[in-house]
Design a protein around this ligand. Structure first.
Ligand code: COA
Length: 261
């Protein structure tokens, strides 16, 4: 990667981009600069055709991301609050959800407020057994503003989402797994290995089809679209791709597919 960032580290390993939010002394809280840097790295990585997936994690042993930077928004006006939310949606949260490559959150500790919202915007969540997750915004007199009210309900159902948001309680990794918020729970030592196990599978599949699958699954959660109709359309388009020719050809020739995307 060429992007030079103060609060976001990035490294490519075996076709996977590992992004680390790096403000451990502030528990990796998302300030404006971190959001900008994260956005820039993701924009740059989207055009790297040999990158097959992204893993997003937090620096240190204690936190994934402990939320939006409270000190930074402490004196915001109504208008600034609205801008904070809409810019965040645009630059990070919706951007990640609709990213063309799968993004896995490696949740290595506290994922609170914007931190849990960040993990929820990712396509898959692997959580270490020390992690604590919650949306504590009502303790501060605000509500979740980076998609938390919507994505938490999508992942855990409306009842549990109400409970978590209204009580501001944190839940542990096992409960997150039980409720569908975490795909897997591992030890902190095993966290990245588990993510690589998933990205290895992704890397052997068609990038074109994966990109389309992300688009179509998301379409089902978009009120202005009909997910089934988008699926029909995109399914049809798949037949015109080089990856389809390669995938089906490899199957019929009894060889391993070599997808170029
Ligand atoms: N924004 C800004 N700074 C934050 C932060 C946030 N969301 N979360 C933690 N920090 C900072 C603390 O202010 C502290 O900085 P300091 O050393 O300069 O005082 C540092 O990170 C370490 O946090 P600290 O509170 O001392 O750690 P702890 O182990 O006692 O508590 C938490 C950990 C996560 C329980 C606690 O930091 C917390 O409640 N954070 C806020 C979580 C939150 O409400 N997030 C939603 C924001 S909308």
């Amino acid at each position: 990667m060429v992007a030079i960032s103060e609060y976001v580290l990035s490294e490519v390993k075996n076709g996977v981009l590992i992004i680390t939010i790096n403000r451990p002394d502030k528990l990796n809280a998302l300030n404006k600069q971190t959001i900008e840097e994260l956005h820039e790295i993701l924009v740059e990585a989207e055009n790297m055709s040999d990158l097959r997936a992204v893993i997003l994690t937090g620096a240190g042993q204690k936190a994934f991301v402990a939320g939006a930077d409270i000190a930074e928004f402490a004196n915001f006006s109504v208008e600034q609050g609205k801008q904070l939310s809409s810019l965040g949606h645009f630059k990070i949260f919706n951007f990640i959800e609709n990213y063309s490559k799968p993004i896995i959150a490696a949740v290595n500790g506290f994922a609170l407020g914007g931190g849990l919202e960040l993990a929820m915007a990712c396509h898959i969540r692997v959580v270490s057994d020390n992690a604590k997750m919650g949306l504590p915004e009502v303790s501060l007199g605000v509500i979740p503003g980076y998609g938390g009210t919507q994505r938490l309900a999508q992942l855990v159902g409306k009842g549990k989402a109400f409970e978590m948001v209204i009580t501001a309680d944190m839940i542990n990794a096992q409960d997150a797994y039980k409720w569908g918020l975490a795909n897997y729970v591992t030890t902190q030592d095993e966290l990245l290995n588990k993510c690589f196990e998933i990205t290895n599978k992704i890397a052997s599949k068609s990038p074109t089809a994966i990109k389309t699958a992300i688009k179509v699954i998301n379409a089902g959660y978009n009120n202005s679209l009909n997910g089934f109709e988008v699926e029909i359309e995109e399914f049809g388009k798949s037949f015109g791709t080089a990856d389809f020719k390669e995938g089906v050809g490899a199957f019929l020739e009894k060889r391993k597919a070599d997808f170029k995307g």
